[in-house]
Ligand binder design. Structure first.
Ligand code: NAD
Length: 463
């Protein structure tokens, strides 16, 4: 069996792992990256963020053509769905990106191993792939194995009618009735896709609200807008079972009437993926939620074994994993590296998009932080009106004493892009006055953020 030595051995080539590998190579390390799937890019590129965004874009165009073109004076008759082409396009987007990571690995001279990586002891990893075995040794091992869909007791996944997001990205026909379990990111995004393509969509949510963790005011607006689009919500509905009965699926909730449908999507969260990693061999113990505990250097209890991304605590987001990957490797090489956990944006790519960075109103109240709030409706934003897309608002929360921006929450077209400006502001410790005094191009959606910042001090011009 081949034995090779590297400075850094990364297990998992998702956004956390592949970005860490590239940063390591940039800093002069010899790097190996082990990935069990033939394509690089992890859940995000292959079966998560990217294919879902491709379908969200295509399905949005389809519903615009059917329902909104007429408002713009465009008459389009016989709009038809060609689902196989839509799915092929999505697959093409995925392949382009995953091949792009291959290219980046070659460019940065990262050695890729196809197989599963198992830690044998500190500094030693076994790679087992199809007919291939190798032993890698190295001072630094980085676990970036991500997460997988969380199961729900009583829900019998069959990969066809009762499925996870992976299968819901490739249904070969539009479901008649799709029941979604969970009103989080995945439930709302994939529920939106199939609703726009013609399915009846019912979302069952255990809590009395959608998008837990997001600012409540914005999440409440989101629910109303999505309901207008025809998505049906049942809140306070705890799903206890979902099973297939001949040609239909039956979904039961605590106390509620059973629902019959042809497809069920389970989207109740994700759990860290740590199976087969050999954590026992280095005595790493998982926390109560199956995550790998790490210190401020992303080092586990085993010296030289690091972990980042969905396998450690924190939001399960691709961009959070990327930041941690970079910070972890920079700390290993230079002794410095930093992630500002107060400035990690979150976006649900529904239409309109729902985006958030920093603290929510609820978190500030809980923490007894005095704050001032500025809200600006997109109904008074020229660009939003010109787009014909003025449902939504932006909210800025600033410290009552220092005026430092503590949180920004938005719902509206391109809110996911707008939120990055707010993330920069928070990262630089900006005040709402700083945002309010920054000249924003006209006419843009970004002006609504400036107006919301002005509104913190009661000085919005257009409301
Ligand atoms: P989530 O945690 O966002 O939402 C899961 C929802 O399921 C919650 O609202 C929860 O209350 C509900 N739920 C739990 N048990 C239930 C039950 N028995 N019956 C009914 N409802 C129940 O999880 P998700 O949407 O599956 O997403 C998983 C992860 O992937 C998240 O951590 C998210 O950050 C990430 N993700 C992010 C994006 C994005 O950034 N746009 C997109 C997709 C996924």
């Amino acid at each position: 069996m081949e034995t090779k030595t590297y400075d850094l051995i990364v297990i998992g080539a998702g956004p956390g792992g592949y970005v860490a590998a590239i940063r390591g190579a940039q800093l002069g390390l010899s790097v190996a990256c082990i990935e069990k799937e033939p394509a690089l890019g992890g859940t995000c590129l292959r079966i998560g963020c990217i294919p879902s965004k491709a379908l969200l874009e295509s399905s949005h165009k389809f519903s615009e053509a059917r329902e909104r073109f007429a408002q713009h004076g465009i008459r389009a008759s016989s709009i038809e769905l060609d689902l196989p082409t839509m799915l092929r396009r999505k697959d093409h987007v995925v392949t382009t990106l995953t091949k792009g990571v291959d290219f980046l690995f070659k460019k940065n001279k990262i050695t890729r191993y196809t197989g599963t990586g198992k830690i044998l002891m500190a500094g030693r990893v076994l790679v087992e792939g199809a007919g291939e075995k190798a032993e890698l040794t190295g001072e630094n091992i980085l676990i970036a194995t991500g997460s997988k869909s969380a199961p729900l007791p009583g829900v019998e996944l069959d990969g066809e009618s009762i499925c996870t997001s992976t299968e819901a990205l490739s249904f070969d026909a539009v479901p008649k009735h799709l029941v979604v379990i969970g009103a989080g990111y995945i439930g709302l995004e994939l529920g939106s896709v199939w609703k726009r393509l013609g399915a009846k969509v019912t979302v069952l949510e255990f809590l009395d609200r959608i998008l837990p963790g997001m600012d409540t005011e914005i999440a409440t607006d989101a629910k109303k807008i999505l309901e207008k689009q025809g998505i049906e919500f049942r809140l306070g509905a705890k799903v206890t079972s979902a099973r297939r009965d001949k040609k239909e699926c039956i979904v039961e909730t605590d106390g509620g009437e059973a629902l019959r449908c042809d497809k069920v999507l389970l989207a109740v969260g994700r759990v860290p993926y740590t199976e087969g990693l050999g954590l026992d061999s280095v005595k790493i113990e998982l926390d109560k939620r199956g995550r790998i505990p790490v210190n401020e250097n992303y080092e586990t209890s085993a010296k030289g074994v690091f972990a980042i991304g969905d396998v450690i605590p924190g939001p399960m987001l691709a961009h959070k994993a990327e930041e941690e990957g970079v910070a972890c490797v920079e700390k290993i090489v230079t002794g410095f590296g930093h992630v500002n956990y107060d400035a990690i944006p979150g976006v649900a790519y529904t239409h309109p998009e729902i985006a958030s960075v920093g603290k929510t109103e609820e978190q500030l109240r809980e923490g007894k932080v005095e704050f001032r709030k500025g809200v600006f409706s997109l109904k008074a934003n020229g660009r939003a009106l010109a787009l014909g897309d003025a449902d939504g608002k932006i909210k800025v929360l600033a410290d009552a004493v220092t005026d430092r921006i503590l949180g920004v929450h938005a719902i509206g077209p391109h809110a996911g892009d707008l939120i990055n400006e707010a993330a920069v502001a928070i990262n630089f410790g900006a005040s709402s006055e700083d945002l309010a005094r920054t000249c924003h191009a006209h006419p843009t959606l970004g002006e609504a953020l400036k107006e919301a910042a002005l509104a913190v001090d009661g000085r919005a011009i257009h409301s």
